[in-house]
Design a protein around this ligand. Structure first.
Ligand code: EPZ
Length: 456
């Protein structure tokens, strides 16, 4: 019997899990239907954007994941109200009484989230000051925030590094500026958007990221009264305005969760209908899924992902910014590639250390080598810099059960898939991390026929 409890008191910890270890009897196809709701990497930013409005906002399609609970806690310690909306999975966000928060409170709520850095722009506009603790996030590289701090300085913020974090102030308000990002960083692009919309004058952002989650944030900001143009060469112009109102918005679906379940269907020779998934945002993933030997049927209310039989084929993948193959899609898919007939290559060009999860797959019998060279595609910024950022996967391998530990969010989901597709029994510990980005994944596994027991 799986005991599911939701411990709201530990924001940032696991949500929905009583235990932190799961014992899985692998080798059964996952079949059935699950629903995917709003994108973790949009909903968390949309919640922060509500601080910019002078009236409440209504956000729909909000997943119950711990990253959302963390941001809810951070908004509340700053005096904003986050109330459950009339319909399930909706929030009413009221920024009326926003005030500075105590450092200790922010730190206590920030958990392993990187979202606090995005509070700076809105708080500097509302209060003239902001504080962020040292940031967390998955261990997939050193996750710097140098682009963010440089952007905020360019808007006129005074940035002070303290032992416990970073304090910012903007005694003269914030001024529109010209920024060119060294790399199309999602977070830094969001930093510019959330700061420029209420800065004095015009901001020009070159080399912007244009992921679907960013474009959905632009939709939200435009609803609030912002004036934002996105040019064909990924240059974004924002005309600052005096005031913004609240918004009503239904969040874009989570394409990373959808791709993870698709990979699970392939690796377990299963058949999963992912309700809520949309083709447009998954175009590149669908091409690779088909090339590996997966099949999919696109419907109005979701996408059916299934293994049509026959051998899986090896592929060469290079992750990139949108519209390239998303870095968050490669970990779950690598498990299916261990079953392909031949040699696949994954060249990870977004993060420098994103193959830590393969150690567990090798322990389970996979044949995967990691290399420092840029393999299979173009030279990237990590080439010849001592980063193990290319993987060579030789298949087919038969995975056998093992005792493994979840290293990070997406790597953790790949561990689940590996255990589900392996012969024999595995224990996967530290699964609480997975609830950071996968709503009710234990319930969904049960719905799809997985054979497991939740322990601890
Ligand atoms: C967002 O992270 C997502 N997280 C990530 O998803 C996603 O993988 C990533 O974008 C890329 O699409 C959220 O939205 C919460 P970046 P972010 O800034 O914004 C370097 C998941 O599993 N960089 O685009 O932190 C950075 O080190 C997560 O859902 C700097 O050097 O990613 C990385 O190499 C994982 N300095 C590259 O840019 C900076 O100041 C891309 O990072 C900022 C980033």
């Amino acid at each position: 019997m799986n005991t599911l409890v939701t411990d709201a008191s530990k924001a940032g910890a696991s949500v929905g899990l009583a235990g932190d270890r799961i014992t899985i009897n692998g080798g059964r196809p996952l079949t059935g239907r699950i629903e995917v709701r709003g994108a973790k990497n949009l909903v968390t930013k949309a919640m922060v954007a509500a601080l910019l409005g002078d009236t409440p906002s209504l956000l729909r399609n909000v997943p119950d994941i711990s990253d959302v609970r963390v941001v809810r806690g951070l908004l509340e310690v700053h005096g904003a109200k986050v109330l459950d909306g009339d319909e399930p999975g909706s929030f009413v966000l009221d920024p009326a009484n926003v005030e500075s928060a105590h450092m200790a409170d922010i730190d206590a709520h920030a958990g392993s989230s990187r979202i606090p850095i995005l509070f700076c722009g809105p708080l500097l506009h509302r209060l003239g000051e902001a504080f962020i603790p040292d940031l967390g996030g998955c261990r997939i590289g050193d996750r710097p925030i140098d682009f963010h701090l440089e952007v905020l300085r360019r808007f006129g913020a005074i940035v002070e590094k303290l032992p416990s974090g970073i304090r910012m102030s903007a005694p003269n308000g914030l001024e529109g500026t010209k920024v060119e990002l060294p790399y199309p960083s999602v977070g830094a692009t969001e930093q510019v958007l959330l700061t420029a919309v209420r800065a004095r004058g015009i901001t020009e952002l070159k080399n912007a990221a244009i992921e679907p989650e960013i474009m959905d944030l632009v939709n939200i900001l435009q609803k609030m009264g912002a004036i934002i143009t996105v040019d064909t060469d990924r240059v974004i112009h924002i005309e600052g305005v005096e005031r913004l109102t609240g918004y009503t918005h239904t969040a874009l679906f989570d394409r990373n969760e959808a791709a993870s379940w698709a990979a699970a269907a392939l690796a377990t020779s299963g058949d999963i209908f992912v309700g809520g998934a949309q083709q447009a945002e998954m175009l590149t993933f669908l091409n690779v899924f088909r090339k590996v030997g997966g099949a999919f049927d696109i419907d109005d209310d979701g996408i059916r992902f299934y293994h049509p039989g026959g051998d899986l084929k090896p592929v060469v993948i290079e992750t990139d910014v949108h519209p390239g193959f998303m870095t968050d899609w490669q970990q779950p898919l690598v498990v299916a590639l261990t079953k392909a007939q031949g040699v696949s290559i994954v060249h990870e060009t977004v993060y420098e250390q994103r193959f830590g999860f393969v150690d567990a797959l090798v322990e389970m019998g996979a044949s995967i080598q990691i290399h420092k060279e840029c393999l299979g595609g173009h030279a990237c910024r990590f080439g010849q810099r001592n980063f193990n950022h290319s993987a060579v996967i030789s298949g087919p391998s038969t995975l056998h059960g093992a005792d493994i530990e979840v290293p990070d969010l997406r790597g953790g989901f790949s561990h689940l898939i590996a255990a589900l597709s392996a012969e024999g029994t595995s224990t996967v510990s530290n699964v609480g991390i997975i609830s950071r980005g996968y709503e009710n994944f234990i319930t969904k596994l049960k719905q799809l026929g997985a054979d497991f027991v939740l322990e601890g």
